[in-house]
Design a protein around this ligand. Sequence first.
Ligand SMILES: Nc1nc2c(ncn2[C@@H]2O[C@H](COP(=O)(O)OP(=O)(O)OP(=O)(O)O)[C@@H](O)[C@H]2O)c(=O)[nH]1
Ligand SMILES: [Mg+2]
Length: 365
Amino acid sequence: MGIPEKIKKIEDDLHRTQVNKKTEHHVGLLKAKLARLKLELEEAQSRKSGSSIGYDVKKSGDATVVLIGLPSVGKSTLLNKLTNAKSKVAAYRFTTLEVVPGIMEYKGARIQILDLPGIIEGASSGRGLGKRVLSVARNSDLVLFVLDVFQPEARDILVKELKTIGIRVDQKRPNVVIEETGSGGISVSTQVKLTRMSEELVKEMLRVYNKNSARVFIREDIDDDQLVDVLLGSRVYIPSLTVMNKIDLVNAGFTNELMKKLQYKFIPISAEGDVNLTALREEIYTRLNLIRVYMRRRKGETDYEEPMVVRNGSTVLEVCNKVHRRIKDEFRFAQIWGRSVKFGGQKVGINHTLLDEDVITLITK
Ligand SMILES: Nc1nc2c(ncn2[C@@H]2O[C@H](COP(=O)(O)OP(=O)(O)OP(=O)(O)O)[C@@H](O)[C@H]2O)c(=O)[nH]1
Ligand SMILES: [Mg+2]
């Protein structure tokens, strides 16, 4: 039996099986096997075609946002409004066939926004422009779902398509560590009680991935899908934001009803009519969780014009890396003025965590 037939067999079995406490073990194992087979199939396919999937998109700016939506929802119109880009806009589906980048400048940050071709259901398994498009999202810092006010249900489809290619939206990486050991079998230590899978299932799922000797540390009440994600190791976890476009076509009552009815939060906008785009810019910036750090030359002026923009939680090291690749080798200490220190001009090491609007002087050898 070839890999596709094996996949089909397991999928059929999964469809037939009702999920409950009694079948939990069986289902978990099937999922582990299925994910492994799909990975093998993918590897075989990419070996055969010899090409790497995905468009070549040069990352630039301080962070990258991708626009994900069905065809004709207004992604390109939105890109053109938020950035300096000129992506083609038209009233037919699949107007955009390439990845079109633009830069949005906001609060001193340069945020790259990528306009992608429209996604349709089944894209992740090759429909439409499919996988190549979706894979661009893997390297982004934020997914911006663009919906049409008359198709709010599209969000579920988009989330599902991203999930299929290994992108988890608005989820945290499961708090599980697997340390492979040369011998000694599998030991599982849990910090919380597992309510959705047994330790025995954890062990058997590891064996599906040929991890026969390992120490597993589980620090949250994970389910089988999360363990599969950890075992595959190639999942990315990206936050998202949702906009409901074309609200110029409906009245306020319609939008309010949607807000009450839908499970997710969204920002109502009209890309064409310029409605709420300022609020959207601010939300994008906030969601990216960036901070600004101002450079002060030694005994000199502070450059408030062009801040260094880094992720919240960054240390002096990240700033060094942004200034120049080699500067960390010559680094002696930094002086900081701002909220991350007790007094102005305090000396700190390379691992000091910075806060928004800190002023920094790098002292090198
Ligand atoms: N009424 C209204 N129409 C809009 C709005 N934004 C975009 N449109 C129209 O919707 C159509 C599709 O817009 P595009 O920006 O090309 O949509 P897209 O999502 O990039 O489409 P694809 O590239 O084909 O996936 C065009 O006719 C736009 O003029 C809006 O806010 N309101
Ligand atoms: Mg487009």
